[in-house]
Design a binder for this molecule. Structure first.
Ligand code: 5GP
Ligand code: MN
Length: 335
C-alpha cells in the first residue's frame, strides 16, 4: 500500500470514482463517504457512493444520502458503477470482508483501490494506496486531513462540514473518548467557520427515533442486561422475538452497548443480537481492557482498542455460553 499523498497530484484529472464503506454504515462510515463525495465532485470527478447494505434512517438527512446506492437493493446499478470505476475509495473498514457481499466484486476489479481508515491491523495487501491511522478519532477526521493536505482546503463547504461533523460525534461519543484530540477540536472550529450548525446535526442523529425504540431500551435494561461484577462486565443478549415485538430496525440498537458502562466499576460491556444470518456482537470497554484483541480472538471480529465488534454462526444460547466461558480466561485483564 503506497502512501495516500501520492494520490494528491492525480486529483487534477477527472476520474470515475466509487466510494464504499462497511456494511450497516454508522455516522462515521456514511459521513466520511459523503464528505469525500462532495469534495471529489467539487474537483470535477464523477462520483458514486455504494453502501454494501441499508443504513439507519437517522442518516438520511445527510446531504447526498439520497444518492447512495444500497448494493442489496440495487445490485445491478451498483455493479455497473463499480465496473466503470477507475478509483475505488474504501472508507472506515480494515478488511474487505466488512463490505459483506460486495467484497468479492471489489477484490475482482482492476481499479485503483484507496483505503482511508482508522481500524487496527488493516489488510494492506488489498489496497494500492492508503492512509491507515489508528490514532485518528474517525475516518471523517482523516477525510478532513485528506482534503487539507491535498492542497484543496478551499473546497471545504457546509455540506462537507455537516457530513464530517456527524462522523466525528459518532466515533468520539460526542467528544468524550480519548481520541477527541486537540486536532479534532481545531477541525471542529474550522467546520464551524464554514457555517456548521452543530446542534442541528446532533438533533438529526440522536433525537430522531420513534417511541418504540425507547420502550425497547427500557425492556432491555430491565430484562436483558446481566451484570457480572466478578468480571466487571455487563452482557446484553437480544432475541429475534425482542426485535420483532418492538419492530426494531437498522440503527435502533446503535449505542445500546454503552449503557452498562455508566455503572460504576464496569469495564467491559457486550451486546449480542440475534440477526437473521448471524449473531452480531458489539464490545465496548474502558481504560486498559482491549476489546479489539478479545473480538478477534473469540468472535471473528476486531475494531478498536475500546470499541470492537464480532460475529458468530452459533445459536444465541451457544454464543452467550462461549462469552461467559472466555470471560473466565480474561479475568486479569478485567480487574
Ligand atoms: P459496532 O459495535 O459499533 O458495530 O462496531 C465497533 C467497531 O468495531 C467499529 O469500528 C466497527 O467497524 C468494528 N467492527 C464491528 N464489527 C466488526 C467485525 O465483525 N469485524 C471487524 N473486523 N470489525 C468490526
Ligand atoms: Mn469509524
Amino acid at each position: 500500500m503506497k502512501p495516500i499523498n501520492e494520490i494528491y497530484p492525480l486529483l487534477t484529472t477527472p476520474k470515475k470514482v466509487v466510494i464504499t464503506t462497511h456494511q450497516k454504515p454508522d455516522p462515521d462510515a456514511m459521513g466520511s463517504s459523503l464528505g469525500l463525495y462532495h469534495f471529489l465532485k467539487s474537483l470535477g470527478h464523477t462520483v458514486t457512493v455504494i453502501s454494501p447494505t441499508n443504513w439507519p434512517g437517522f442518516l438520511n438527512w445527510m446531504p447526498g444520502c439520497d444518492l447512495v446506492i444500497d448494493f442489496e437493493y440495487k445490485r445491478e446499478k451498483a455493479l455497473e458503477e463499480l465496473n466503470a470505476a477507475e478509483w475505488i475509495f474504501c472508507l472506515d473498514f480494515n478488511t474487505l470482508s466488512r463490505t459483506k457481499n460486495l467484497a468479492p466484486f471489489i477484490a475482482a476489479r482492476p481499479a485503483v483501490k484507496i483505503l482511508i481508515d482508522h481500524h487496527q491491523q488493516p489488510e494492506e495487501a488489498a489496497f494500492d494506496y492508503g492512509d491507515s491511522n489508528t490514532i485518528k478519532s474517525s475516518t471523517s477526521e482523516m477525510v478532513y486531513d485528506f482534503i487539507v493536505n491535498s492542497g484543496y482546503q478551499d473546497r471545504l463547504s457546509l455540506e462537507i462540514a455537516e457530513c464530517l461533523y456527524a462522523g466525528l460525534i459518532g466515533d468520539t461519543g460526542s467528544f468524550r473518548f480519548p481520541s477527541a484530540s486537540a486536532h479534532v477540536h481545531s477541525m471542529v472550529a474550522d467546520l464551524k467557520s464554514h457555517g456548521l450548525n452543530h446542534t442541528i446535526v446532533h438533533e438529526n442523529i440522536y433525537d430522531n427515533y420513534l417511541e418504540n425504540r425507547l420502550r425497547f431500551i427500557g425492556m432491555v435494561l430491565l430484562h436483558r442486561m446481566e451484570i457480572m461484577y466478578e468480571y466487571n462486565t455487563a452482557l446484553i443478549a437480544i432475541t429475534k422475538k425482542d426485535l420483532l415485538r418492538f419492530d426494531i430496525k437498522t440503527g435502533d440498537t446503535e449505542g445500546l452497548v454503552n449503557y452498562p458502562l455508566s455503572i460504576k466499576g464496569i469495564r467491559m460491556a457486550a451486546i449480542v443480537i440475534d440477526r437473521d444470518e448471524e449473531r452480531k456482537w458489539s464490545f465496548r470497554s474502558k481504560g486498559h481492557v482491549d476489546v479489539n484483541t478479545f473480538a478477534r480472538k473469540y468472535f471473528d471480529g476486531g475494531g478498536h482498542f475500546n470499541a470492537a465488534g464480532g460475529k458468530s454462526i452459533e445459536s444465541l444460547e451457544k454464543t452467550v455460553e462461549k462469552f461467559k466461558q472466555v470471560l473466565s480466561e480474561n479475568t486479569l485483564q478485567l480487574q
